[in-house]
Design a protein. Structure first.
Length: 525
């Protein structure tokens, strides 16, 4: 039985055509994945179904949900349908949740809006649903007290607590590590079967949906360019764009061979504790050990990967390396000089390190032009360099942009271009070490491939040493010489990248590799 049927959907915002004659069908108990690059129209299709289009949007065609045309339904009736007949899981769970309300209150709110029931009964059902989605934490917790995967489970619980017939999940696993990602996808698949829902799964990564979706719809520039059952589409990709997405998902970077063994970074027996909640009112405050006897080295020009689940200590280790957070034990040196001078950061050493963050838009002040943004690290120097305009132009050209981009604002660039600007900012002072902190996880697969090729090209031009932190094991494998695997604040395995990936020794490493999404071989699909 057809649950959702989109016919000839056209969407225009202002004078810009967003969607062009989109056709799509979804059956009860079926999982349909919409895939494509950023700007392909995936999210706008989902928002059209929910009736959440921006002001000024004009649409035509039909969106039939169990026979009801969403485009002709009044706003009060749509409000009754949202959360009741159809639910949505948004991409960023932290922004989808209210930070001043407990997770139990937020799940119960959906019940109280759509049903005439008591708060006590609503909260009981909310607690049961949180248990059903695998969240074994108290409903009285707040969103900031949960990990990314736990917050995503709360958002899923909010969306399905009323057992809607249609569930839309917009990039539900983009920022999650591989094991959490696998758990969320398995949960969604189980919920579809249990409640006989239809699931519309939006993603930019074919590898994520290859084993989950029953049907794949490929969108490009607001059009459906290919649509077929998953196995048929992967075995016989008719459109060049589909093949390009497939190739980008499994893109291999041509990284130059690293030679030399001059030590640059030496971390020895690092320990970092945080105060935890008291278990009793007057009892001693326990400590949580985020880093537990961590030791490793990075040579000049060496590319090292750091992988592990959320909460394993990657971010804490990053802040310690950058001199942003003191440690209780151990030492960290860069080129023989300590990162910390007593309890304070050693500023001359910290100036030799730069970082590229995960969010290429949130990394910049939107009020400043690119020239000002790229030159920010010069404010750390005692004597800014001569001829700054030429240096900025050279840095932009090194990352594949033009010198004229220096006069633009950051909102004028795409996500991939913004990350190139972030890399230019990191390179402007020619640091000894760059830390890439999930630097490509927010990018779609084709842009991600371009940025990774850029990093490899930069390694050919200069002896670039970096620590590459990512939850995407495929990416880490292609851009690193050596890899560190972290669990519960400890490095449980380290070694040459290919050696660790081909012959993992620790059970945790084996679990990570098994959980990583994989596309079937094109010839065998």
């Amino acid at each position: 039985m057809t649950l959702l049927h989109i016919r000839d959907l056209i969407l225009t915002i202002g004078t810009t055509d967003i969607l062009h004659d989109v056709d799509l069908q979804l059956q009860r108990g079926e999982i349909v994945a919409i895939t494509g690059e950023s700007g392909s129209g995936k999210s706008m299709t989902a928002l059209s179904i929910m009736g959440l289009l921006p002001r000024g949007a004009r649409s035509s065609g039909q969106i039939l949900l169990d026979g009801t045309d969403i485009l002709t339904t009044s706003e009060p009736d749509l409000c009754k349908m949202r959360g009741n007949t159809m639910g949505m899981v948004f991409q960023e769970p932290m922004t989808a949740l209210n930070p001043v309300q407990t997770i139990g209150d937020q799940v119960a709110e959906t019940i109280l809006i759509h049903e005439n029931t008591s708060k006590k009964q609503a909260h009981k059902r909310a607690a049961d649903m949180l248990q059903r989605v695998g969240l074994d934490v108290a409903p009285l917790r707040f969103p900031h007290e949960l990990s990314g995967g736990q917050r995503q489970r709360v958002v899923i619980a909010m969306a399905i607590v009323k057992h809607p017939r249609l569930l839309i999940a917009d990039e539900p696993t983009t920022a999650l590590d591989v094991t959490t990602q696998a758990n969320i996808l398995t949960l969604l698949k189980d919920l579809v079967r249990e409640f006989d829902m239809g699931l519309l799964l939006i993603t930019h990564d074919l590898a994520v949906v290859a084993d989950v979706a029953d049907h794949i719809v490929v969108m490009q520039k607001g059009r459906v360019v290919e649509s077929a059952p998953t196995h048929d589409l992967l075995a016989n990709m008719r459109h060049p764009y589909t093949r390009a997405l497939f190739d980008a998902s499994s893109h291999q970077v041509d990284l130059p061979v690293h030679t030399g063994c001059v030590q640059l970074v030496h971390a020895s027996h690092i320990v970092r504790d945080y105060p935890a909640r008291r278990k009793t009112l007057f009892g001693p405050r326990p400590k949580f050990r985020a880093l537990d006897d961590v030791s490793f080295t990075i040579d000049r020009g060496e590319r090292v990967g750091l992988v592990g689940e959320s909460g394993c200590g990657k971010s804490t280790l990053t802040r310690a390396l950058l001199g942003l957070e003191d440690v209780q034990g151990g030492t960290i040196t860069l080129d023989g000089a300590p990162v910390f001078a007593g309890k304070k950061p050693n500023l001359p050493v910290r100036r030799k390190m730069q970082v590229v963050f995960q969010d290429p838009y949130g990394s910049f002040n939107p009020r400043h032009r690119v020239s000002r943004l790229v030159s920010e690290p010069w404010h750390l120097l005692d004597h800014p360099p001569d001829n700054p305009e030429a240096r900025i132009a050279a840095a932009l050209e090194d990352v594949g942009l033009s010198a004229s981009d220096a006069s633009k604002y950051i909102h004028e660039f795409s996500g991939g271009q913004r990350q190139r600007i972030a890399i230019a900012r990191a390179l402007i002072v020619e640091p000894d070490l760059i830390i890439f902190d999930e630097a490509v996880s927010a990018l779609d697969v084709s842009v991600r491939a371009q940025v990774l090729d850029l990093i490899a090209d930069l390694c050919r031009k200069r002896p670039l040493a970096y620590l590459f932190i990512s939850h995407d094991l495929t990416v880490v494998r292609s851009v690193t010489d050596r890899v560190l695997v972290m669990k519960f604040g400890q490095i449980v395995e380290q070694g040459a990248t290919e050696s660790v990936f081909n012959n993992p020794q620790h059970p945790y490493t084996q679990t990570l590799l098994a959980a990583a999404p994989k596309l079937p071989d094109f010839e065998e699909a």
